[in-house]
Design a protein around this ligand. Structure first.
Ligand SMILES: [Zn+2]
Length: 269
């Protein structure tokens, strides 16, 4: 019995030590700074970063470094991932979480295709399961990889004002998934009330679906009417790229995202 308890204590100790080492390593990486060349590339590839308030520059740099240390970027269909590509993707991923402690802790791989890629989609209708091939610009797997079209990720980074950004979209799904489920309800920020979040988001989603079904123009992309998780992801794209538009159309959604991500892009100049 004693030897068994000793073994448990030993395993527990080893696990705690590993977790502590990992936290130490993360803190060290988060404290690192980007070089001038890296800054130049990021400013060119993702001009939106130029608007970051000074107080967010250091957290941004640390998160770009942590992303690049933790995540392997794998080129697909013959694509060779360059430093420009890696920094563009890391910068867009870091932008999303620049103000928060939320982190892509399960993400270890991003697959990068040269352009739009084909993906298999399984659909179940009663007892009938069909598999079809769909063309995608991006994809996010629960606890699994993010898949990106470089052409669209590049374009999304270069144009920071059209409200469309595939990288922010897919990484928003990764944040959402930190709750254990990709369902449009990510873990709340400290002190954020989930009941208020749910009430605001569900009401805005219902309004959005009604407008889309009525064929009316919407500020939030019509794709957001697919389900709650897509609504969350397209709202995040708009939140960073056209914050004034989101604030004007759905002020409460803007406020909830600002609380969740602890940033206020409408105030960035
Ligand atoms: Zn999506």
């Amino acid at each position: 019995m004693i030897w068994f308890l000793g073994l448990i204590a030993l395993i527990g100790g080893a696990l705690a030590w590993r977790a502590w080492r990992k936290r130490q390593w993360q803190q060290e990486v988060l404290a690192s700074r980007l070089t001038d060349t890296e800054w130049q590339i990021i400013r060119r590839q993702v001009p939106l970063i130029r608007k970051l308030p000074p107080a967010l520059k250091a957290p941004f740099e640390g998160k770009v470094a942590l992303f690049l240390n933790q995540v392997e970027l794998v080129g697909c269909n013959g694509l060779e991932v360059t430093d420009e590509m890696a920094l563009s993707i890391a910068a867009q991923a870091a932008l999303l979480v620049v103000g928060t402690d939320a982190w892509y802790r399960h993400l270890s791989t991003v697959l990068v295709y040269p352009g739009a890629f084909k993906s298999k989609q399984t659909r179940q209708d009663g007892y009938v399961v069909t598999e079809e091939e769909v063309v995608r610009l991006g994809e996010s797997w629960s606890r699994g990889p993010v898949v990106l079209s470089w052409q669209d990720t590049h374009q999304g980074g270069l144009n920071g004002q059209d409200g469309m950004n595939v990288a922010l979209h897919e990484f928003a799904h990764q944040l959402d998934d930190l709750s254990g489920q990709t369902d449009g309800a990510p873990p709340m920020a400290p002190g954020q009330d989930f009941a208020t979040w749910a009430q605001v988001i569900v009401a805005a989603y219902d309004r959005h679906v009604a407008r889309v079904e009525a064929g009316r123009r919407t500020v939030i992309d019509a794709y957001g009417a697919t389900n709650h998780e897509e609504f969350f992801a397209v709202a995040v794209e708009l939140f960073f790229e056209r914050p004034d538009a989101l604030q004007g159309a759905e002020p409460e959604v803007y406020d909830q995202l600002a609380l969740l991500l602890n940033v206020d892009p409408a105030a960035w100049t």
